[in-house]
Write a protein that binds this ligand. Structure first.
Ligand code: ADP
Length: 409
């Protein structure tokens, strides 16, 4: 089965193709083709590669998402990065959908009803959900009646108890859909399954804390394969400090900014989402590599940004462990989690009292899907490569196996 995965971001269009046989492989396979277009001002960075080693990179002008998808798909079945014979070789298309709202959690075949449900909750995540809907329309136009499947980033957190999902505001918030949804669910779920596999343990018996540390950052507390708490909430702004996002701040700051500084909703949105976090505090960059370098050179604000980042991670992980009532393994994933031994070491330093200890040698050696804890430590520490696209492809495969997929959209 050829599964095309589409990840439609507000300023990017990513896609990849997996070939899946009659059963799911135990270890994640590489994609046979992947492509990415990222917009910056009036130009777009275009990069494509296939598993045969062919690749292309260019700076191109692409106006619309439709043009971007057309260009990506063209390179999938023609030219030097070709991986399949043509559009009819695609069996199913999976879409990452950021927000499923209060009704949609399970991976779903895209029907008119599912699309209108995604549209109806797009007020919660306007940039993302609209881009994803557009992706579905374009696929229907270009590929005809191929089945499409929506996989929700909020889905994995559907099992959070109401005590974790409900804000302590007025009760009618909950009835209006103002509740904690959580995000990065596709990767938190993938990491929990992969962790059980790497540890050789039954997922039903495990207490895990997964740390997704990319541009966006979130933690999940996972008990027996089910999410019981997470740090992101109604939007992906809650919780940890991130690259450009503040994470949780006292809501009183917002009313202060509105009342005393006449901030508009747009200004608030901009300051909290784009001008805060590592970038806002350091004044240098949202990229952890640059923060670490500047901090080593004695840049005071970069050092402060790093210290806040680590402090909030420690306190968040502590909270997740308390919710779980213990922990068997701590998992690091995504850009910072996979690539920064300094951040992992700083975070773990304060958890020695739980006998959660790193092996410094393993931590330093670019581990991937590996256990990096000290051999005699009680709690395991894993680094797991984020595999959202493979998780989406797996969900598509599962759904196609179990459903008689209607041809149509
Ligand atoms: P996204 O959340 O957009 O998917 P990624 O998971 O790719 O992002 O994470 C991107 C971030 O990972 C970068 O902004 C950078 O801060 C961080 N990163 C990547 N490589 C390293 C590294 N070697 N050391 C520290 N941080 C890194």
């Amino acid at each position: 089965m050829n599964v095309l995965v589409l990840n439609s971001g507000s300023s990017s269009q990513k896609s990849c193709l997996y070939e899946v046989g009659d059963s799911l492989p135990e270890n994640p396979p590489g994609s046979v083709w992947e492509g990415k277009i990222e917009w910056a001002d009036d130009k777009a960075q275009y990069s494509i590669k296939n598993s045969g080693g062919a690749s292309r990179q260019d700076l191109i002008s692409v106006g619309s998402r439709e043009e971007a998808i057309e260009r990506l798909l063209g390179s999938l079945w023609s030219g030097k990065t070709q991986a399949i014979s043509g559009p009819s070789a695609i069996d199913v298309v999976g879409h990452r959908v950021v927000h499923g709202g209060p009704q949609h959690f399970e991976p779903s075949i895209v029907t008119a009803e599912v699309k209108s449900a995604i549209e109806s909750v797009s007020v919660f995540a306007p940039l993302h959900n609209r881009a994803e809907l557009e992706g579905m329309e374009i696929v229907a136009k270009k590929l005809g009646a191929v089945p499409q499947i929506a996989v929700f980033d909020t889905g994995f957190h559907r099992t959070m108890p109401l005590s974790a999902a409900t804000y302590p505001g007025p009760y009618h918030w909950l009835e209006q859909g103002i509740r904690r949804y959580g995000f990065h669910g596709i990767n938190h779920q993938y990491c929990s399954q992969r962790a059980a596999q790497l540890l050789g343990k039954d997922p039903n018996s495990l207490k895990l804390v997964t740390c997704h540390l990319g541009n966006g950052c979130s933690l999940a507390a996972i008990f027996g394969g089910r999410s019981v708490d997470t740090t992101m909430g109604f939007t992906p702004l809650e919780g940890l400090m991130m690259g450009t996002r503040s994470g949780s701040v006292d809501p009183g700051i917002l009313t202060y900014l509105i009342r005393q500084r006449q901030f508009s909703s747009q200004q608030l949105d901009e300051v909290l989402n784009q001008k805060s976090g590592l970038l806002g505090v350091s004044g240098i960059s949202n990229d952890m590599r640059q923060i670490l370098t500047a901090s080593r050179k004695g840049h005071e604000r970069a050092k402060l940004a790093l210290d806040i980042y680590v402090h909030r991670l420690r306190s968040g992980i502590g909270a997740m462990i308390a919710v779980l009532g213990g922990v068997d393994a701590l998992v690091f994933t995504a850009g910072v989690g996979e690539n920064s031994p300094e951040v992992r070491a700083a975070v773990c330093e304060n958890f020695a009292f739980l006998d959660l200890r790193l092996d410094p040698g393993k931590n330093a050696q670019s581990p991937l899907d590996e256990d990096i804890s000290a051999p005699d430590a009680t709690v395991r520490i894993l680094v797991i490569h984020a595999q959202e696209d493979w998780m989406i492809a797996r969900e598509c495969w599962n759904l196609v196996q179990t459903a008689t997929t209607p041809r149509g959209h």
